[in-house]
Design a protein around this ligand. Sequence first.
Ligand SMILES: *Cc1c(COP(=O)(O)O)cnc(C)c1O
Length: 379
Amino acid sequence: MSTARMRKIPMLDLRAQYGSLASEILLAVKNVLESQQLILGPEVKELEREIAVYCHCAYAVGCASGSDALLLPLMAFEIGPGDEVVTSPFTFFATVGSIVRLGATPVFVDIEAQTFNMNVAQLASVVTERTKAIMPVHLFGQCVEMDTVEQVARRIGAVVIEDAAQAIGAEYKGKRAGSLGDVAAFSFYPSKNLGGAGDAGMMTTNRADMEVRLRSLRAHGAEKKYYHDRVGVNSRLDSLQAAILRVKFQYLEGWAAARRANALRYEELFSEKGLVLDGLIVLPVELEGQTHVFNQYVIRVKRRDDLRRYLADNGIGTEIYYPVPMHLQACFEGIGYKQGDFSEAERAATEVLAIPIYPELGLEDQEYIVSAIARFYKG
Ligand SMILES: *Cc1c(COP(=O)(O)O)cnc(C)c1O
């Protein structure tokens, strides 16, 4: 064992965040409860307005989760059996689940080694006349190369639905995630950069027609209560969640800045130890023209599972996003992909390790984490 004193560093410390905001959050909750406007209501309207402005969009529509924020736009574009949707095999399940639930077929392109995002150079070779949508996933908080996505989509007449669940505030050539396609999905799952006290989600768009449809679809397809134009779902946003999210939203920019500062500090600390030069670990990169918001800080490492165990023994929480690429998930076997089809995604699945990056993480925590990793490889 090490001579360093054992610390406890969780993968994510939401209690630290709550501790500093408790009185504001409790007051917001109290106000909603006293108003008894529990579903949608003024808090949801205000949050929608704030998120729309923040994401450089004309409209935002709240819903029950990030997963629904992906499903509802696909429904709004009437995507279903016989249609193909191109996306990344290296993502959270919801991206692909939303496509398959509607009877459409997911079509994958491999990822780039450097960013873990979809390799847009491969888009042109997989689109067909059946391609109705492209779903880029801004993984870990950095945007996909959207210029190419938009070019290909425009050429074939497909729509673009951004999975921006991990990327609120991320920028691509000065434009915010959420404003880079036809509709975008955001998640307020507690571990996202803006996290609620449970499930919640939001869709952003600059299209007035989509705003109307999405509002209708999240409320059983009724634009006017009890008069149903189409079959939607129950995916409303709770006022309690909206009120809590509005408190936290005021701190979002500061948290993103702290995450970015932590990422820079990791870079310095890892280079000091020589781990990068020795090829033992590969650090995440922020590409030219991008602002990465580091929802996750994901390194590539040798002997990943042993390292993860060693870090756990030293009190350090880590996570693997994601251990199984989507084309190899049991439930998608029928689609016909096999091992070897997307080698970069498959390699990433065996090498990635997310280490703590949350805003409250201190310098000493980071030094402790980097020292532990250096000790694992170099003794
Ligand atoms: C979190 C996440 C989702 C789903 O969001 P939920 O709010 O958990 O339903 C979708 N896509 C990606 C990439 C995510 O990280």
